[in-house]
Design a protein around this ligand. Sequence first.
Ligand SMILES: Cc1ncc(C[n+]2csc(CCOP(=O)(O)OP(=O)(O)O)c2C)c(N)n1
Ligand code: SF4
Ligand SMILES: [Mg+2]
Length: 305
Amino acid sequence: MSDSATLEQPTQDAGDRQPVTKKEITADHPTWCPGCGDFSVLSIYYKLIQKRNIPHENVTTVAGIGCSSRFPYFVQAHGVHYIHGRALSFASGLSLSRPDLHVFTFGGDGDAFSIGGNHFVHTARKNVKMTYVVMDNCVYGLTKKQTSPTSPLGFRSKTDGWGALDRPINPMKLAISAGATFVARTTHTNPKHLLEMMDAAMDHDGFSFIECLSECTEFYPGAFDASNPRKGGEFNLVPEDHDLTDEAAAYALASEDFPGRFGIFYQVDRPTKNALEAGVIEAAQDKFEGKSSSDILQATFNRIK
Ligand SMILES: Cc1ncc(C[n+]2csc(CCOP(=O)(O)OP(=O)(O)O)c2C)c(N)n1
Ligand code: SF4
Ligand SMILES: [Mg+2]
């Protein structure tokens, strides 16, 4: 282990750099189906990178497996298309070892709440600093229409031809109860709102979670029409007098019937895993002053031999 895995990392100051262009960060032709909601999330991510003028080499995009998780392929920068459901574990390591970066993780409802459900809960409770955007289409898209943990009761799919029998999970309630310190909800049909949420999430010092409704036009068309005014639905914001630090109030908002509310439901300050772990490392380094991380590690191994 080198010392670079602890605290000190070179930081790039974007101050005197030319603003990053969309052309620079656009990679490959997205292979999503025409009309897929994921296009909107990608274009807002490009916008955010440009708006923040994030140095090209500091753009880090992590994802699991699924249509939505193909995301890093379409961003010309550092990115990882990781194991199904394990994106958050990779992203956590990255976040903890590179405090100079803001790690963005993207994925789908299956990736996040089925196979990755355990990682979701633990990353939230540990409050690892990163932004996690779940592109929720309420179905497994890549594998062509199986029931996902967010599919509504009665949804007919290849795994539930008779209609889904199992009560869906509510991502917002799950995130709040697991300990996420920033919990927001948005939709691909409102790019301005989506950008606002991603912007706010990036400013949050902790685990920021965004559920973004993102329609799978191929296997669940019309799923979110009730939230889209252009399709006769309603887009209702979180009430202005909502107290962001009130967990019970956030839970009540998350309990509203579909289409529910959009905006930040919950936001609190709690020490991040990053800060706590950095403190432990610093204390150890003080104790073993002058020794490298590998010397300290070796000394520990020698002790337990
Ligand atoms: C370990 C493992 N199990 C199962 C699969 C098959 N698989 C690939 S993507 C996927 C689900 C994708 O659904 P979701 O995360 O909602 O993403 P979407 O395609 O809807 O964007 C599954 C079950 C896999 N690739 N790896
Ligand atoms: S199958 Fe669905 S989620 Fe996958 S690219 Fe097509 S529309 Fe998007
Ligand atoms: Mg899905």
